[in-house]
Unconditional design. Structure first.
Length: 290
């Protein structure tokens, strides 16, 4: 694997950043996880736009234009002969001092890793996930806004640990008001009475790229879609439930906190959306190989 760091490529074993980089020392930076399918990078411009929004929110000036970043991502995919893969795009504050002061960081660093990922075993896509609600609450908007996709992911990691300790691969995170926010790495949806529901961004949900695609597909299918505050009670009594994310794509949830969702199998709405999503990824996206 060839890793892109600030305009140059390095072998994986030689790809290094300084121990004084504030991305390492303080989680000071932003990132995007991006997928490629069939030689095309899916929703690349949307990911780049979200990266810039996250960077603006933390007053981080990305040292490349949007188009330069697009071309750098495509070039990294070509360098690694990626067709169906996963790209991690990272921007750190850069090398600074041991103090918190970000003005000591003179130049942000841009890192692109183009490889592969499989978030869940293939069998789980057939039978669905069992998930639990964990004690760790989602970050408050008044602390570190959940809309910022920052390198400081400790909030999510702690919730992930609690999920794994509970024998599950994923967990529901509530916000400070007790409403459902999202999962540790995915947005969450439920179907009830033929309608599709997902928590609002104001509840602490990430502005997920896949989330947006699913909302569009559902509306094209003529489904009523809404984004109300949801409780665990709502999820327990859903007809269907599923998660969405760049890495996870769309995966059904069949049990929540010991309560069976629907009939305990991936439901028809979920299966339809999965089929539509997969069809879309086969032809949509920025071509890697002109």
């Amino acid at each position: 694997m060839k890793i892109y760091i600030d305009g140059k490529y390095y072998d994986e074993k030689n790809a290094r950043i300084s121990v004084l980089d504030h991305g390492l020392l303080y989680g000071d930076g932003v990132f995007e996880g991006i997928r490629s399918y069939n030689g095309r990078v899916f929703k690349l411009s949307e990911h780049i736009d979200r990266l810039y929004c996250s960077a603006k929110a933390i007053l981080l000036a990305i040292p490349m234009t949007r188009q330069e970043l697009v071309q750098a991502v495509l070039a990294a995919c070509r360098r690694n002969q990626v067709r169906d893969g996963y790209i991690r795009l990272v921007v750190t504050r850069g090398v600074g001092s041991l103090g918190l002061n970000p003005t000591h960081c003179q130049k942000p660093s841009v890192i692109i890793i183009a490889g592969k990922i499989q978030l869940y075993p293939a069998a789980l896509y057939q039978r669905g996930l069992k998930i639990i609600t964990v004690p760790t609450a989602r970050n408050s908007h008044s602390a570190l806004d959940p809309a910022i996709k920052s390198l400081n992911y400790l909030n999510n990691i702690l919730a992930k640990i609690e999920a794994l300790n509970g024998g599950c691969d994923e967990a529901i995170m509530l916000n400070a008001q007790g409403f459902v926010a999202e999962c540790t790495g995915d947005n969450i949806f439920m179907v009830k009475g033929g309608q599709l529901f997902t928590p609002p961004l104001s509840a602490g949900a990430l502005h997920g790229i896949t989330r947006g695609v699913v909302l569009e597909l559902a509306r094209e299918n003529g489904m009523a879609v809404s984004e109300p505050n949801l409780t665990r009670y709502d999820l327990f009594n859903a007809d269907e439930c599923f998660l969405t994310g760049t890495g996870a794509e769309i995966i059904a949830v069949v049990e929540i906190d010991g309560r069976t969702v629907g009939n305990g199998k991936p439901g028809p709405v979920t299966r339809q959306l999965v089929a539509q999503y997969r069809a879309l990824t086969k032809s949509a996206g920025e071509p890697i190989y002109p």
